[in-house]
Design a protein around this ligand. Sequence first.
Ligand code: ADP
Ligand code: ASP
Ligand code: MG
Length: 429
Amino acid sequence: MVQNKVMGLIVQKYGGSSVADADGMKRVAARIVATKRAGNQVVVVVSAMGDTTDELIDLANQITPIPIGRELDMLLTAGERISMALLAMAISNLGHEARSFTGSQAGVITDSAHGRARIIDVSPGRIQEAIKEGAIAIVAGFQGVSQDTKDITTLGRGGSDTTAVALAAALDADVCEIYTDVDGVFTADPRVVPTARKLKSVTYEEMLELAASGAKVLHLRCVEYARRYEMPIHVRSSFSTNEGTWVVKNQPEGDIMEQAIISGIAHDKSEAKITIVGVPDRTGVAARIFQAIADADINIDMIVQNVSAASTGLTDISFTLPKSEGPNATSTLQRIQGEVGFASIQYDDQIGKLSLIGAGMRSHPGVTANFFAAMSEAGVNIEMISTSEIRISIVCRAADLERGVRAAHTAFELDGEPGEAVVYGGSGR
Ligand code: ADP
Ligand code: ASP
Ligand code: MG
């Protein structure tokens, strides 16, 4: 971090649970003003209030089951607009000038993929002007404008984190603070594991795996962005003044000493499993299936192919994918069923994914054995497995998932003092 600046530039992001109602807005406004009064320039990114985004999606679904991407994005960005204007009012009430900006006004330029747009450039001229003139800039999170179509886009669920880090990088901020409803990044989701421990620091590498495996405390792309620009992130609670978790390139020596083999356990209930039954075991068949899936723009996660029974020459292929892609994937596969010649498709949305993450795994070969023993003791049946250098993931029944997370947490001696993992707000939705 830059130490020799007289004034710091801090980007703060407040999530939906931090600004769930008028009192929350006022509490957050006071905190922002205090940061400004301490001599910093402040840029704030804000999310939609409480569960507004979910409610807007529900509303759209009452009109049509498959809303048009452009219009859904237009609808959802309204949530963040409400927040930014109210927050600017609350700050101005406290005697400070605040100016709110939509993502487009803040110069967040994206590609044109509605609902999951990628930021391709940030030109924050108006934000720089505002802070130069002494104002606090408030930016609507999770949104931008497409370079090609000039339409309004959204960055995917949880995307305000990415807005914050992208702006912090473009403004060359000293730090990006992510304020949420828990005290930092924990060894597991505090809503599931009451004895979870707060991590003092975590590397970008580990945080990427945690975020990719379902720990929604940080949006995956925000961590990718932070790693690329080496922007330090401080994840902390807007409801307490406790020091949070630093997401950094290299952990301080002291934190490494303290660290267990496993840094964290993530879980994810948002995926489903498709099994293609009776697939002819011939060269090129898997390629044909996954080409069709890719052409339909469906991201898949784990894949398992069974050994074919010699007598039949048929095999089964299973893969996991986001539940939201289920209908698209099923109809895509049905279209190529005749050509490929498989027997049937099974769709299962009652699965859960549990992942162990830790750089310490590289040098500890016994992790998999301990993990599987813990799952077996907890009565959790393992249906699929995938690994990376610093992660092991399994798929199990959704109903067994939380029990499995708690069992693994205990087995790897991650349990801390009860009471450390406070959940201050949010509905967990
Ligand atoms: P916000 O509205 O502030 O963006 P989110 O709901 O997106 O908040 O993210 C915070 C939530 O992430 C926490 O309330 C917690 O339930 C969940 N979470 C999942 N895994 C973790 C973890 N390892 N550490 C902390 N929080 C986690
Ligand atoms: N409001 C958006 C969502 O709920 C973006 C965010 O909160 O980060 O996904
Ligand atoms: Mg979030």
